[in-house]
Design a protein around this ligand. Sequence first.
Ligand code: NOJ
Length: 577
Amino acid sequence: MTKKQDLAWWQKTIAYEIYPKSFYDTAAQGTGTIAGITAKLDYLASLGVGAIWITPCYKSPMVDNGYDVEDYREIDPSFGTMADMDELIARGREKGVRVVMDLVFNHTSEQCPWFQESRKSRDNAYADWYIWRDARPDGSAPTNWRSIFGGSAWAWCEERQQYYLHTFAPQQPDLNWENPDVRRALLHTFAPQQPDLNWENPDVRRALIDIANFWADKGVGGFRIDAITYIKKPAVFADGPADGEDGMYAVHAATANTPGILDFLHEFKAGVRDGRDIFLVGEANGVGADELGDWVGERGVFDMLFEFSHTKAVSCEDEVWCRPIEWKLTDLKRVLAESQANTADNGWYPVFFENHDQPRSTVNFFRCEGPAAAKAKALGTVLLTLRGTPFVMQGEELGYANRVWKSLDEFDDLQTRSQYEFALSEGRTEAEALAGCNRFSRDNARTPMQWDANASAGFSAATPWLPVHDDYTQVNVEAESADPDSPLSWYRKLAALRAERDELVAGSFEELMADDEQVYAYRRQGEGGAAVVLANLSGEEASYDAALVADMKLLAGTHGSTEPGTLRPLEAVVFGD
Ligand code: NOJ
């Protein structure tokens, strides 16, 4: 049986995702800053957070809010300076909060000097660093692949008289991982301890190694690796199903999780992870819970993998927002159980219900009506007690709901716009298209963090770049800290319980009541004790067999005291022996 003392620091901690543009603005500019994160380290530490994943803050034209990187070794001026980042990493380490950088390696910005060079001709030094193809004889794109953000995945380059591939926006050209120079450049940016990867020119090598050391010496705690399943393209570029037959995402099938991808990634692991006290978590859309064994742990590449079987279980067909699906609690529980089983003895599971690409969980994971605060506490109980490292999205601990968006103009996200257009092209009305965006838009997770009841929720002294949620006068850190029944107080309580009770971190996971459509229940068995968690995720009263918690005491309950055997709507309890 796993013992807590044998686990790595990142398995025992709570991780927290920061969308820096929306976290805290120290510059009165309407967008968040790195210094703003440093200013809030005590807040993060008070939640038991030991790792903060910061979405990309490198120099970027910000077409996709930083996921279009121009220079991997510079901080974007809108966030501050490298000195601010050094300060954050150093102060964070003092407080036990380590920074996790987001590596965007499937693509760069079109402004990246590599692409600027690559686009000039077919025979320059960077010519082969991206995926270039000739047009078909009639001038059309080489395949019918769709980009994830809508439209063709190919963009025409006049200068080179060729098309280039972009899995995401046209301003995010895909790198050619087949080219060893590309892999080497990416590795060297972050992996100084592998100086001898066949580098020809020693001056170049030294310069790059210095830059790489520059990052590693900063003492980051790990890396989240973006869109990693798309880095390997198929050997033959063939058309996918025609538009309309298989949704708008034919490109997914064509370029995701292509055979051979794991060879690339093992090379990456050897260069980056080995010998360091850091963790790697990959974002792996397209990998199923049943494939986890090849991706994580001893045999795999990553320490943890964000796979999306549970968000897909509750979301929409082919990720098309105007086609939501019907789902049952048992659908969700089944895939979560599969992920638990597949990481029980190998690898580790990153538990998450939200991130910056998902709607708020108080909407996404519930089919019943009821207050967002109660839903946040019930689901937060699961987030903090399932086996794995919990990843809390900023604001999730406050019980955010989706915002009510009145028109398309209020949104910033480029994917939201393309989904709106797509809904119209499928024959939906404008009101229906807007409703789909309200329900699923990524901007729901990106509205400014609510610190207090002052103007702009204390986020900024200027007008925020994205509207603050209307509920900010009640849903904010200051108000919730003062309220013992708030989601924030509940998160703090559970974080303290996790720290105290070894079985909540290291204990095994055994699902209880797997067929129940209201209650999510499981037992965590540790060496020295056991806990049983029961969360009623429905809006109706629910019952369970009180024998499940016989001889146990209530460690924490969302509704205060509880009657063993029954759960009020949205009530969650943790019992322990
Ligand atoms: C996944 C990121 O989480 C998302 O925000 C981004 O738009 C795409 N990858 C492209 O980098």
